[in-house]
Ligand binder design. Sequence first.
Ligand SMILES: O=P(O)(O)OC[C@@H](O)[C@@H](O)c1c[nH]c2ccccc12
Length: 264
Amino acid sequence: MRDILSEIVDNKRIEVAKQKDLVSLRDIERQLMQADEIPFYSLKESLESSETGIISEFKRRSPSKGWLHEDADVNIITKEYESSGAAALSVLTDEKYFGGTLADLMSAAKNVHIPVMRKEFIIDEYQIYEAKLAGASAILLIAAAITKEESKRFTALAGQLQLDVLLELHDEKETDYVTPLNNLIGVNNRNLGSFVTDLEKSFRMSDLLPKNALWISESGISDAGIVKELRDAGYKGFLIGEYFMKSGTPGKSLNEFIQQIKKK
Ligand SMILES: O=P(O)(O)OC[C@@H](O)[C@@H](O)c1c[nH]c2ccccc12
């Protein structure tokens, strides 16, 4: 079977090339210059001051599970996530594999007063400008999808545009992507080749992560007890999507999850 990440990234290159033909990078830069000030909420600060550190994800479908919540309303769900106590939101913008759009990101960012991260397979600077223009406060960079040099370049550009960067690692070998500019490090418990999750990965990799960065455990979390254990291992952020989205009532499900964490 072909590696899912490589398939998504190949498709992404085609999509970005097409989009650039429609709207050039210079057009996007011009729109950004003319835009009113775009509100920015620091993901790091929000996680540090949060009691639970949950980043709630808006995701309609996934390559491994198919539809989770096909007709999910981004306005309703992001508002509910915010009022239920999410420290931040993650919004998928990949349409083919995750059923998201840039319009979802825009709606989410307009709708809440907490950081919103563009959850995307970023392989080109163009997507970082798009994220800013859509109102995101943060972007995800997936080490496995880019080179070290790109990771540095994209991180620098995000800094110039006032966007936080969550650098996502998914195995021990990728720790050499981390530079002093990376203050938010994610460990993805999901294997990006097979999409199977293994929470042990967060525990295993914690020894290798820089102490001065904030650590986020991503994927496969559906149990408040695990959040406590991850917190004991040093994690301050928890990126959770599927568990909330597939419940049919994501806001309510987050609310109950937070109550359980507080009891632990
Ligand atoms: O839905 P989950 O298992 O709670 O995971 C959320 C998030 O971590 C996941 O969507 C994710 C994080 N990084 C990724 C990279 C590719 C695909 C998916 C992801």
